[in-house]
Design a protein around this ligand. Structure first.
Ligand code: NI
Length: 209
């Protein structure tokens, strides 16, 4: 497959492009999910992502990567104040999930991890993920804990105007969605811009049926 020839360099280039767009998106309202097209970006096969983490779920319970073994898991990193990119991608993930047959849904978890735990409390995360899907999970923690998860997934983020506006600052961040298998190994990295139909198709290819 040609997908395998793509490298992490391509991922990084995409992250920079996506991050550059975040600032310009600040005044935009939430967009519709991007349409699926023939030019839709493709997922990249990438192992060696993820790893040990300790975070706090929306029930206030401490969880680790071991709690996600045994089923497929989609991880996406962002922040609840995100004006555009995060809501768009979480809508794509939720829509892709809804297209899957029930037996695959039962074997797939959707997890939103914040890079902004100072504002994203357990309560804020619970309210936020509920906006997208009743099955979507949210993870926060101390800054040390979320930064450890960020590092494990090689997520990039930087606050843009935190000093000028400590309450309403924005964060540029990478926008990939990671699919991990039941054994905790990373399988695919979905780029931002992949539509829900394509994401659901790739999930079915990997998960079977
Ligand atoms: Ni975002």
């Amino acid at each position: 497959m040609t997908n395998r020839t793509l490298t992490l360099a391509a991922l990084t280039a995409g992250a920079l492009v996506a991050a550059a767009g975040v600032g310009f998106a600040a005044t935009m309202l939430v967009r519709q999910s991007p349409a699926d097209t023939a030019a839709s970006p493709r997922p990249v096969f990438q192992s060696d992502l993820g790893g040990p983490f300790t975070l706090v779920n929306t029930a206030g319970e401490q969880v680790t990567e071991a709690d996600y073994l045994g089923s497929y898991t989609l991880y996406y990193f962002g922040f609840t104040f995100c004006p555009d990119i995060c809501p768009t991608e979480l809508q794509v993930i939720a829509a892709a999930y809804d297209q899957l047959p029930a037996e695959l849904q039962d074997n797939l978890r959707m997890v939103f991890v914040t890079v902004d735990p100072e504002r994203d409390s357990v309560e804020a995360m619970a309210d936020y993920v509920d906006l997208f899907h009743p099955q979507m999970e949210g993870l926060t923690g101390t800054l040390e804990q979320t930064d450890a998860a960020v590092e494990a997934f090689r997520v990039y983020y930087v606050a843009v105007n935190k000093e000028q506006d400590p309450d309403y600052y924005l964060i540029d961040h990478s926008t990939f969605t990671y699919l991990q298998g039941p054994d905790g190994n990373n399988l695919l990295v979905f780029p931002f811009g992949l539509g829900p139909d394509d994401m659901a198709g790739h999930l079915q290819d990997v998960m079977g049926s």
